[in-house]
Design a protein around this ligand. Structure first.
Ligand code: AMP
Length: 283
């Protein structure tokens, strides 16, 4: 496995692979890799001939007062996980090269970035779309893999890729969970022992709502209220949002059906966690 740091080296490497007709796969990450990232890499390995994983903690997707500085980092551990998953190239650029002095061009996807995490993290998706567009131009992938754990991010990237005619096939991958149901996340490392237990309330909300839906409850208000009660019983947890929306447009729905996305963001202590489910899917 090769590690490339410079943008020029990455572009040259990818351009010459492309000239030979190589199918390039990209898994963009912010590092501190876990089995969720690993699942994207394993699938990317199957679907491409040259698999690139990027590791870049992207400053522009963090708001003021968010955890950019403290975001967990462990490049050596990441390289071991990436190598194990069959990655050919880890692209780990420096922020100064991605955003040099004078940088002033951003990609902005509009309506679909407004609800959910876009509402509570203004500017977040502008940072995401900008860096992913830049990564597409640097790595020149034919396919790129993203996790459904960040459901809105996947929807935004699909929209941006279509709108800007990037010749990249976007692949969405299932949420990978710990044995007890907590969605894997680099941010889980922030949780204390008791918060780690309390963090199970996100999956409990999903399980409770799915069970109610399957036994015939279709009212958004009823499902939302039940979820709010469940979180209210966990003293370290504070709701950022619990929403029910159309999984394609992310517009709020009043009546839940198989296409409905239940998405939630909950702060456990100081750690903001997200999780989601689509009622008609198996997860
Ligand atoms: P991050 O490093 O958190 O920016 O995540 C990089 C990619 O891995 C994104 O496409 C995430 O959606 C995906 N990912 C993160 N956690 C999980 C998980 N638990 N299951 C599946 N994909 C995940």
């Amino acid at each position: 496995m090769q590690v490339i740091e410079s943008v020029k080296d990455m572009q040259t490497f990818s351009a010459s692979a492309k000239k030979r007709g190589t199918v390039i796969g990209l898994v963009p990450t912010m590092g501190y890799l876990h089995a969720g990232h690993g699942s994207l890499m394993v699938e990317g390995r199957k679907l491409s001939q040259l698999l690139v994983a990027s590791i870049f903690v992207n400053p522009t997707q963090f708001g003021i007062g968010e955890d950019f500085e403290s975001y967990p980092r462990n490049l050596d551990g990441d390289l071991a996980i990436a190598a194990n998953a069959g990655v050919d190239v880890v692209f780990a650029p420096k922020a100064a090269e991605i955003y040099p002095d004078g940088f002033q061009s951003y990609v902005n996807t509009e309506k679909i970035t407004l609800p959910l995490c876009g509402g509570s993290r203004p500017g977040h998706f502008r940072g995401v779309t900008t860096v992913v567009a830049k990564l597409f131009n640097m790595v020149l992938p034919d396919i790129a893999l993203f996790g459904k754990k960040d459901f809105q991010q996947l929807a935004v990237i699909r929209r941006m890729t279509m709108d800007l005619n990037f010749p990249v096939k976007i692949i969405g991958m299932p949420i990978v969970r710990e044995a007890d149901g907590l969605a894997m996340s680099s941010r889980n490392a922030y949780l204390s022992t008791s918060e780690r237990q309390d963090a199970l309330c996100l999956k409990s909300c999903i399980d409770q709502a799915r069970a109610a839906y399957l036994s015939g409850e279709c009212s958004r208000t009823a499902l939302q209220t039940a979820a709010q009660w469940l979180i209210a019983a966990v003293s370290s947890a504070k709701i950022d949002y619990i929403e029910f929306c159309d999984s394609r447009t992310l517009e709020t729905v009043e009546t839940v059906d198989e296409n409905t996305l239940m998405a939630l963001a909950v702060r456990v202590g100081k750690t903001r966690l997200i999780d989601n489910t689509v009622f008609g899917e198996n997860q």
